[in-house]
Design a protein around this ligand. Structure first.
Ligand SMILES: NC(=O)C1=CN([C@@H]2O[C@H](COP(=O)(O)OP(=O)(O)OC[C@H]3O[C@@H](n4cnc5c(N)ncnc54)[C@H](OP(=O)(O)O)[C@@H]3O)[C@@H](O)[C@H]2O)C=CC1
Ligand SMILES: O=C(O)[C@@H]1CCC=N1
Length: 274
């Protein structure tokens, strides 16, 4: 990718995308990351070889793509000072903030911006990310292709044509690594309670999740069939799955995902009213 990319904010998610981009062969010299102080930036500059900046406005000037990667709650105060440079240089803006609507951010940047909203996830760091993208009407086909290329460098991409669907994407993939990490915690605890060492239980649980995900991604069968294939009649898995169904696991997951999407919508309302 020959484009220059500036990350405004260099926290967990920015670092995950930057790491994935570098692993995919993007040149460190084409990436700039910003943060208010050099303390967190120095290791990125020294270990990864990317450019860093504590001045957001300078970092925006001349960038082809500006990725807004700060917390939603400070986005307004970060965007306002960028408006002049954004209007002058007209980069493609990519916001990865949960909740915040495209029109709200566009307004903070002075209006008329080509803006893609992206909901990525942290496995982007290891090239196995999953991102949902939405483009506002000012985004050209070439800019759509650029956003696709950027996020496909760190995982899979799904475009949605209705902005509100990004809240569902947040529930299905943006926040979802945490659901699986919780599952790993629970499986490790349960394995230890059954006598395994924590290290052994963790290693087996993680490898099993990797295997299940890889199989589900490659198989011509749906997940329900793959599940049935593990369940020998009268066997062990049948008992375990019956317990999970009796405990209403499906409703629990549905409730968690509804809470997630509702919070994204709530954040959009709270922050647009600021
Ligand atoms: N974490 C995740 O899994 C996901 C996060 N997101 C979204 O990504 C965004 C960032 O989240 P996350 O990376 O987790 O948050 P972090 O708190 O880890 O990162 C935020 C970054 O912004 C920096 N920052 C703070 N103020 C400024 C400023 N004025 N100018 C430039 N940089 C600034 C922080 O620097 P310092 O630490 O020095 O304050 C930090 O580097 C959020 O909007 C979130 O909704 C989306 C999908 C997944
Ligand atoms: O928890 C959050 O708000 C962010 C957005 C998706 C994942 N983390």
């Amino acid at each position: 990718m020959a484009n220059t990319i500036t990350f405004i904010g260099a926290g967990n998610m920015a670092k995950a995308i930057i790491g994935g981009l570098l692993d995919s062969g993007v040149s460190p010299s084409s990436i700039t990351a910003t943060a208010p102080s050099d303390d967190g930036l120095a290791p990125l500059r020294e270990r990864l070889g990317i450019h860093t900046q504590t001045d957001n406005v300078e970092a925006v000037k001349g960038a082809d793509v500006v990725i807004l990667a700060v917390k939603p709650q400070i986005m307004k105060s970060v965007c306002a000072p960028l408006a002049e440079a954004v209007q002058a240089y007209k980069p493609l803006i990519v916001s990865i903030a949960a909740g915040l609507e495209a029109a709200t951010i566009d307004g903070w940047l002075g209006g008329g911006t080509a803006l893609v909203r992206c909901m990525p996830n942290t496995p982007s760091l290891v090239g196995v990310g999953a991102s949902g993208l939405f483009a506002n009407p000012a985004v050209s086909d070439a800019q759509r292709a650029l956003a696709t290329e950027l996020m496909e460098a760190v995982g899979i991409v799904e475009w949605v044509e209705q902005e509100s669907l990004l809240d569902a994407v947040t529930a299905v993939s943006g926040s979802a690594p945490a659901y699986f990490f919780l599952m790993f915690e629970a499986m490790e605890e349960a394995g230890v309670a059954q006598g395994l060492s924590a290290a052994t239980a963790r290693r087996l649980a993680i490898q099993t999740a990797l295997g299940a995900a890889t199989m589900a991604g490659q198989s011509k069968h749906d997940p329900a069939t793959l599940k049935r294939n593990v369940m020998s009649p009268g066997g062990t898995t049948e008992r375990a799955i019956a317990h999970l169904e009796d405990a209403q696991l499906r409703d629990t997951i549905k409730g968690a995902m509804q809470a997630c999407a509702r919070r994204a919508a709530e954040m959009a309302n709270e922050l647009s009213a600021d």
